[in-house]
Design a protein around this ligand. Sequence first.
Ligand code: THU
Length: 129
Amino acid sequence: MPADLLTLARQAAAKAHAPYSRFQVGCALETEAGGMFQGCNVENASYGLTICAERAAIFQAVAAEGGGMRVRRLAVVCPGHEFPPCGACRQVIAEFSLPGGATEVTFLQNGRAVTRTAAELLPEAFGLG
Ligand code: THU
């Protein structure tokens, strides 16, 4: 997999607006319907208004495919740094994950691509039941 998604995520990272943290984060995802979307983090002088790359990509996908959109797989990268999606993004990934939280999420760890399911990243995600 994820070679192509990681490449797309790196391309998206180059577009980030991150003058405050200098963390240029990029995300790429493939939807269940086969759509491909990218997102980058967009920071703001009022720090709390910042949006992460993962949520930017997911919201692009929803805008294009509607609220029934489901993420088949997603990759996130930040050149010079390594981290999995933050807690807020895990909750949003859970909202649009495949049944059972089967969506595959790839990120870098110790220089290697690691893939976890959405359910592994956020067990017992909040939902209205
Ligand atoms: N960031 C993301 O884009 N995704 C994450 O999962 C974690 C953090 C961004 C937000 C902020 O612009 C910068 O990285 C530093 O926190």
